[in-house]
Design a protein around this ligand. Sequence first.
Ligand code: BEZ
Length: 394
Amino acid sequence: MNNKKKIFLSVLPATVAATIISMSTGSMAADSDPIKVGVMLPFSGVYAGLGESTRNGLKQAIKEQGNNIAGRPVEFIEMDTEAKPARAPEITSSLVDNQQADFVIGPVHSGVAMGMIKSIKGKDSIMIIPNAGANAATGAFCQPNVFRTSFSSWQTAFPMGKEAYDMGYKKIVTMSWNYGFGKESLEAFNESFTKAGGEVIKEMLVPFPKTEFQSYLTEIASINPDAVFVFFAGGGAVKFVKDYDAMGLKGKIPLLGSGFLTEGTTTAQGPAAEEVITTLHYADALDIPKNKHFRQDYETLYGKPADLFAVQGYDAGQLIAQAVTATQGNTSDKAALIEQMEQLEIDSPRGAFHFSKSHNPIQTIYLRKVVDGQNTVVKVAHENLEDPARGCRL
Ligand code: BEZ
């Protein structure tokens, strides 16, 4: 028995463990029961658009398999998190303990992710995070049965600090929603910006999910920094970028961000988004054949352009398909599934990636600029960036 299996079984009573061992070495590969996939995403609230794109991408990947992996149909059980951390324990427990989901895909919001991880720790379901960036998810709270197809907070903001300094900005104001992911993004930006020689002269935190930005923007105008770096996403990103323009700051104080500021939002933001510069592990216009095919198919299926959230959901679906194919349909032996997942290379629209020891993608971060409503690639900001996974002991 390998070490991973020992970790899983060590938390179970001996009789249950014995049953799992016999199931995993028995005839489960021939099982034709559905593979149960719990989906915990925000389908309402400020992150509703992100949840919808993630679900679309996930289903696109499973559809490519004919909704059947290694002879087994796929059953989705969907739950709306509303991006509310308080809902995480109850929903996770319902999917893991009552429904006995093989996989739980979610969430979008970092606070929800931390609640889910606490509830899924030591359980016989595998969690795949298709967005939330909380560093601890693949850092201090990393778990054998938790994987991420998205990013850590650190990965998306750290490269922008040096880029901003190299663009000639020395004094910057930073701003985000006041919760884990936003604060970690500002910290990561600060880390590289100050190391390069810059100074963050003011940090502004807005209560989540508030979108009244006028008073903050008035203060930014009076400070008049060289540039502004922010994290906002979804409906908040649309409102922020439009307000920035409407308050007359666009064209005077350059707006920078982690890429969520312009992901899936540029149509709604219109001309206000033009020239906004961000860093992210994806860009609409990425010149990779896989990306072109993915975007074409997504548009045909859903009648609108794909975005990063769709890519990350798609890769969660690809991860399930590849891992379950490798175990010939056996999902009972979770340790064997995890072992496969750790070794896989995912042929993502963002470019192929594999997982670090802490189960986070090692991936290239791009410097991007919005041109004609598209996130275009300016240059590679950091090739194959691996999160430091501070505190993870996997
Ligand atoms: C987060 O809470 O981790 C998050 C939410 C939206 C976009 C990116 C990250």
